[in-house]
Write a protein of this length. Structure first.
Length: 106
């Protein structure tokens, strides 16, 4: 939504002829339905009070059978989806040790 950030993206995309950057609101994306094979959002949801609305918008512009990828922070990077048993076990062991130091990550 920030013109300054979009200008930065335009600079980085200069050598990619099939890529472009544009200003838009995640709650009302400036694209037609079923437009993209992949819709990717990173570090955005934490800023939006209307998260489900934004996800619905992303699903709207994603083609049927396409992929919607949301990447965001949960404070201490404790939760992962799709779930990975090894990663979750390791995370819980680390949190358990850290809890002994007084850390409350959640
Ligand atoms: C932490 S930055 C992340 C930028 C980039 N996605 C990245 O991963 O580097 C958060 C961005 O969310 C944008 N933003 C906040 N609310 C928005 C909205 N309703 N629609 C679109 N972008 C929004 C801000 O302009 C800002 O550029």
């Amino acid at each position: 939504m920030s013109p300054a950030r979009v200008r930065g993206a335009e600079d980085r995309l200069r050598d990619l002829p099939n890529a472009r950057a544009c200003v838009g609101n995640a709650l009302s994306l400036p694209f037609e339905a079923d437009s993209f094979d992949l819709v990717f959002s990173r570090f955005l949801m934490e800023y939006l009070p209307e998260k489900p609305h934004a996800v619905q918008e992303m699903a709207r512009v994603c083609k049927r059978g396409g992929k919607l990828l949301l990447q965001d922070l949960d404070g201490q990077l404790v939760w992962h989806y799709p779930e990975d048993a090894d990663l979750q076990n390791t995370t819980e062991r680390i949190l358990s040790r850290l809890a002994g130091t007084g850390l409350t990550p959640l």
